[in-house]
Design a protein around this ligand. Sequence first.
Ligand code: PLP
Length: 393
Amino acid sequence: MRFSANVEKLKPSATIAVSTLAKKLAADGRDIINLSAGEPDFDTPAFIAEAGKAAISEGRTRYTPTAGIPELRVAIAERLSDRSGRAMDPDGVVVTTGAKQALFNAIFTLFGPGDEVLVAAPYWTTYPDLIKIARAEPIEVFGRQSNDFKVTPADLDQSVTDATRGLIINTPCNPTGAVYSEDELCELAKWCRERGVWLLSDEIYRHIYHEGEGAAPGILSLAPGTLGPHVLIDGASKSFAMTGWRIGFTYADTEVTKKFSALQSQITSNAATPSQFAALSAFTEKDSVGSALASMGQAFARRRELVCRLMDELLPGVPFIRPSGAFYLFFCVEDLFDEEITSATQWCSQLLQEKGVALVPGAAFGDDRWVRMSFASSDEVIEEAFMRISSAQ
Ligand code: PLP
């Protein structure tokens, strides 16, 4: 069958594909440990879920303005003001159907044929595909492993051309868990500003931060004047355990925001109305959200320690990135290859078939020598997964 050039290079999300296969094997009766999914294992905090239910009961089930209910845009801008220490404009916020749509709006609005977009690698699997949907060219830029794969201006210098229009970074990073410091963000922001390159910063895991109090550094904490053209991508999915509610947002200049909103008005209109009211409680009920974030954050931080300890004990010598944020462990299985198994894709497939453990091969993130394990699971499940992985070696 012939399809349009828009989707010619499109493939389904690799991470969702692994997770779907693992679920199918489990449904067939296999004993599967699925550590491939990219979502918190916690239920949405009750006060948020109740706000969503109340919205439905009270008949808040009609269309809203495309960019979101005004009170949610105000609440998001207020939380962003807390981050930046200066007043952020509610007119710069567009509420989207998950951060994925926030990224789509930004990429499709800002880039097109002939444009090159630098993507800090290893990257979340969706970025290059969204860039291809916009018919622009994704250019992978790998940071050094010794720098936890974070990119620096020197790395970007190697890949910049006259066609470079954007840079996408993700901090905390999926799949590595690496977090850019404020100084590192400042360097990247300057590099982009000096070249008129759009900086798209995906900070969806910002509240899942294991190094110290509060959230990870983000581009809005940079001093005014540091940033050139930029878009912040964020949302409720990961921080508030709300993946199924589908609430994300962008924050950008108000002119750009109008274009994002116009695009969205032709595609999906507003994000689901009850979900917006649920998110409103997450962005306004500071005490309740504070304790929910603290308890989920403590669990993730404890599991971070657990997976790092288990790597040392059960897979000694296997290189891994110690995650500073998010809930992923990225480790290199290249030394475990043999004559038959020569890629992480094959390694993961064998592990799933023989040991019933589902991980995501690094091909999904740009380097098929590495694999990603989600540690959004109970300690017992994580321990059992490590036992099975080590018994496979
Ligand atoms: N950005 C990153 C880095 C992600 O890992 C994900 C989901 O896995 C998203 C964005 C999409 O988030 P949402 O579920 O809100 O669309």
